[in-house]
Design a protein around this ligand. Structure first.
Ligand code: ZN
Length: 208
């Protein structure tokens, strides 16, 4: 028969070695009673803290799903209006203009680590952004590679991971068409409910 794992105290709080020792050392005298009360209250607080952490985690999950739904709502309202989102200049443009563009280059001149950073990204771009990107690639080589395609992002990922083509991604995945955060003018124009964020340091709810 397999030995049963004994759980000391059942579902109650596990005592740390120090607290257990402390509790044991406290006698039933005048101060000993107070000391035991302190240890008991400490464990009560620990349990409350654990419950709070759990509730906080659930709240964070709800906030994340609200923010995601907010993006879906924007996208739907944009499409109803015949528009789509350009992830390069962060604005709404006619949906027919939007095409995915593969970009490759270095960001710099210097970041915190003291050098240029390689990047590979796919953006959903409007006509004006594509022209600007091509001009920049031709005159300053920033980005080095600009490849326009009518592919869907999943296809783009496959195309660029095959043999002779540049692999995708380097750090950056195919970018979602949804912006984060949604620019304020779009929030107003398409009547999107306000953004909600939880500030972890101050534990305040923020309207971003
Ligand atoms: Zn654009």
């Amino acid at each position: 028969m397999a030995a049963r794992t004994s759980t000391i105290g059942g579902g109650e709080e596990r005592m740390s070695v120090t607290a257990k020792t402390l509790f044991g050392e406290l006698q039933e005298g005048e101060l000993g009673f107070l000391g035991k009360e302190i240890v008991r209250k400490f464990f009560g607080l620990k349990a409350t803290q654990r419950t709070l952490d759990k509730k906080r985690g659930a709240l964070e999950g709800e906030i994340a799903s609200y923010r995601k739904d907010r993006l879906t709502l924007l996208r739907r309202r944009l499409l109803e209006d015949g528009k789509d989102y350009c992830t390069y200049h962060h604005g709404a443009v006619p949906a027919s203009e939007i095409l995915p563009v593969y970009l490759e280059g270095t960001r710099g001149p210097a970041d915190h680590y003291g050098g240029d950073r390689e990047y590979r990204e796919v953006h959903w771009t409007c006509l004006a952004c594509r022209e600007e990107l091509r001009d920049r690639a031709a005159s300053y080589l920033r980005p080095r590679v600009v490849h326009v395609s009518g592919w869907k992002p999943e296809e783009m990922r496959l195309q660029f991971s095959d043999g002779g083509r540049p692999p995708l991604p380097l750090g950056t995945m195919v970018m979602d068409r949804s912006p984060d955060p949604i620019p304020e003018e779009l929030v107003r124009e398409y009547n999107i409910p306000p953004d909600i964020r939880l500030d972890h340091n101050t534990f305040e709810l923020l309207r971003r």
